[in-house]
Design a protein around this ligand. Structure first.
Ligand SMILES: [Zn+2]
Length: 101
């Protein structure tokens, strides 16, 4: 299988959101570069580079799937009422503590 870089994300939770949506849609995907982004928030976002890779044959499918996520993901981030963590707009649960947003 040929893997291609699909997207570079600014934070780990964002990358995992993308990864989860892709796998839900049947795309073989994986998160790479996590070690360079130990915890979002501890280092400037500009320095955090987390990549999502997909199998090249599924790149078009991945792009289509993510277009829907991006459309749903517009707007301000949700701030968790329990722990105060910022979550991407498309998140329904806090990535840190699991509270319903
Ligand atoms: Zn939380």
């Amino acid at each position: 299988m040929n893997w291609v870089r699909f997207r570079t994300c600014r934070s780990l939770p964002e990358a995992h959101l993308v990864n989860t949506e892709l796998m839900r849609g049947g795309v073989a995907s994986e998160v790479r570069g996590e070690s360079r982004a130990p915890l979002a928030g501890e280092i400037p976002f500009a320095d955090a580079r987390v990549e999502v890779w997909v199998v090249s044959e599924q790149l078009l499918l991945a792009t289509t799937l993510l277009a829907e996520v991006d459309a749903a993901g517009e707007g301000p981030p949700h701030t968790c009422p329990k722990c105060g963590e910022e979550n991407p707009p498309a998140f329904e649960l806090c990535w840190r503590c699991g509270t319903d947003l």
